[in-house]
Write a protein that binds this ligand. Structure first.
Ligand code: ADP
Ligand code: MG
Length: 240
């Protein structure tokens, strides 16, 4: 579904990605863990070209989307993104936040967009909040709206950048539960997270990023019991 090949990213003189390689297969949930500043967000944002890669390839569904002749807006319709800070429009209702892209990017009728949006809201348990404004919701509910917005587009993959990092601890599980449900529906997901319990028991594979490269890539059992990788062991020890 997604293959990242020798991805490099510089911000001016600063090299933040130094040859990133990995694949995500259809239906997989791949978690990305690693210290702050290791390039996780930059890597994720390169995957849908929110950041322009300096070098390397992003092959999405067989197409190298870094090529100049690719219509990135068309590609992005197939890639959902969920942000740490939700990025909802405060002046719009929950329903309108979800239908916006359906109506103006996918050019659906209001009726069709509303129907899809209500189904997505139902999936995240927030159908009854369709007419509320984002600020009338808890952070966990707002993030579930963010997920509904991504899901409603029926993307081939959803990229999550620390979706629970801005939440109070008691709200984290409601969001992780929705993500686990999506996994059960075989949604392909790439998830940057500091929730080690989630990475360990909800992922098909875990990538450990360190210093701008994927320093370890394996099944959760292997990553979380790694004893031969000193940097990984030291990173994981901070969570116990
Ligand atoms: P992570 O998500 O793992 O914390 P980031 O990808 O956000 O890592 O950041 C990696 C490095 O790139 C950091 O040193 C950060 O300061 C730097 N960086 C990120 N975004 C920018 C930017 N837009 N301009 C300049 N430097 C950036
Ligand atoms: Mg980040």
């Amino acid at each position: 579904m997604l293959e990242v090949v020798q991805l490099e990213k510089d911000y001016g003189d600063l090299r933040v990605l130094n040859g990133v390689n990995f694949r995500v297969r259809e239906g997989e949930l791949v978690s990305i863990i690693g210290p702050s500043g290791s390039g996780k967000s930059s890597m994720l944002r390169c995957c849908n070209l929110l950041e322009q890669p300096t070098a390397g390839q992003i092959i999405f569904d067989g197409l190298d989307i870094t090529r100049e002749d690719v219509n990135i807006n068309a590609v992005r319709q197939n890639m959902g993104m969920v942000f740490q800070q939700f990025n909802l429009y405060p002046h719009l209702s929950v329903l309108k936040n979800v239908t916006l892209a359906l109506r103006y990017v996918k050019k659906m009728s209001t009726h069709e967009a509303n129907e899809l949006a209500m189904r997505a809201l139902e999936q995240v348990g927030l159908k009854h909040k369709a007419d509320a404004r984002p600020n009338q919701l808890s952070g966990g509910q707002q993030q579930r709206v963010g997920i509904a917005r991504a899901v409603a587009l029926k993307p081939q993959i959803i990229l999550f950048d620390e979706p629970t990092s801005a939440l109070d601890p008691e709200l984290v599980n409601s969001v992780l539960a929705v993500m686990r449900e999506l996994r059960g529906l075989n949604m392909t997901m790439l998830v940057v997270t500091h929730e080690m319990g989630f990475a360990r028991d909800a992922s098909d594979r875990v990538l450990f990023m360190d210093g701008g490269v994927v320093a370890a890539d394996g099944k959760p059992e292997a990553i979380f019991s790694a004893t031969d990788n000193e940097r990984l062991r030291s990173f994981l020890s901070r969570f116990h």
